[in-house]
Design a protein around this ligand. Structure first.
Ligand code: B16
Ligand code: MG
Length: 211
């Protein structure tokens, strides 16, 4: 396929913020006396903040109001944002940077398609603030993955048709979102083992052989 653009998921593809998500959710859950562990954290991959909270609350006996849930999400996010302060350019792997540069040198447009409302802050921490041609993230969508909105918006920002873009994902929900929007996908990690993915990759650099 001759793709003209590549749309990258952020967390789990360009960088790895899951340990910060884990620490921040764990601190919120502990403050509420709710059991939370790494296995439950794995279910939060690629899932929105509100849906992540609902998964954590499966272990909570109390029924919470919308205001209480909002306060818990704010509590988690402020811990998370503080932890993101530890991220530096060193958290961007040489393989990812070199591959991005190689795709750009081929003339491909590059965009981000992330559920996170903190995507721009993360890109800044990684030294990628002005690197991408477009950023579609949790701040410009109303429906999260597996809805295709975040990728459809990214393609719109690039003025490209979905069929001309390849989506790179680490989550099954992201692969489903790509498919629902008419995009081919390349998967890493659990997304590579998912039958709905177009190309399975064992590492980020494999992209150079796909596009
Ligand atoms: P925030 P991605 C997703 O990022 C994360 O994988 C997921 O764990 C997180 O809940 C979601 O962003 C929302 O993040 O709370 O920062 O808005 O994989 O879509 O780049
Ligand atoms: Mg992801």
């Amino acid at each position: 396929m001759n793709y003209q653009a590549v749309i990258f998921d952020l967390d789990g593809v360009i960088c790895f913020t899951d340990r910060y998500h884990y620490q921040a959710w764990k601190s919120m859950a502990d403050s509420m006396g709710i059991y939370f562990d790494e296995t439950i954290n794995n279910r939060l991959r690629g899932v929105s903040r509100a849906e992540s909270l609902e998964i954590i609350l499966e272990r909570c006996d109390k029924v919470l109001s919308a205001e209480e849930k909002q306060a818990l999400m704010e509590q988690k996010n402020s811990t998370y944002v503080e932890l993101l302060g530890q991220m530096t350019k060193k958290d961007l792997s040489a393989e990812v940077k070199e591959t991005l540069d190689a795709l750009r040198a081929k003339g491909l447009k590059l965009a981000i398609g992330s559920s996170s409302k903190n995507a721009k802050l993360i890109l800044e921490r990684l030294g990628l603030k002005d690197y991408f041609d477009a950023v579609s993230d949790g701040t410009n969508i109303t429906k999260s993955k597996p809805d295709p909105e975040v990728f459809v918006k990214a393609a719109e920002f690039l003025h490209m048709a979905p069929a001309d873009c390849l989506v790179v994902e680490d989550a099954r929900a992201g692969v489903d979102a790509a498919k629902a929007g008419g995009f081919d996908s390349a998967g890493l990690g659990e997304a590579a083992a998912y039958e709905a993915v177009t190309y399975a990759m064992s590492s980020f650099g494999d992209l150079k052989g796909i596009v």
